[in-house]
Design a protein around this ligand. Structure first.
Ligand SMILES: [Zn+2]
Length: 96
C-alpha cells in the first residue's frame, strides 16, 4: 500500500512542477497547479489522463518573433532604434 502512496506523491509532484510551467487560466477543469496535484494524488486514474489531455502548451514555447530590417534585411537583435547594419530607422508595428 505504501508504494502506491509514494507513487502518487511522485506523480503529483511532477504534475505540480509541470503545471507551473503552463498557462492554466483557460483550463476548464482546474486553474492552479495545486488543484491538479491534489486531484492526481487522490484520483490519479481520473486526473492524470485528464491533465495530459488538457494541460496546454508550455509558457516557454512562446518565443519572441524574429524581426528583420526593412531596408537591408539584416536580422535584428533589438526592437527599437536603428538597424545596426545599415543604420535605417526601424519602424515597429506600434507606430505605423
Ligand atoms: Zn538594415
Amino acid at each position: 500500500m505504501l508504494i502506491w502512496i509514494l507513487l502518487a506523491l511522485v506523480v503529483a509532484a511532477y504534475v505540480y512542477e509541470d503545471a507551473k510551467k503552463r498557462d492554466l487560466s483557460n483550463n476548464k477543469w482546474a486553474k492552479t497547479p495545486g488543484n491538479w496535484a491534489l486531484g492526481v494524488f487522490f484520483l490519479m486514474i481520473v486526473f492524470l489522463p485528464l491533465y495530459i489531455m488538457n494541460r496546454g502548451p508550455e509558457k516557454g514555447d512562446l518565443r519572441p518573433v524574429e524581426r528583420f530590417c526593412g531596408n537591408c534585411g539584416a536580422r535584428l537583435t533589438q526592437v527599437n532604434g536603428t538597424c545596426t547594419v545599415c543604420g535605417a530607422k526601424l519602424i515597429t508595428s506600434h507606430n505605423q
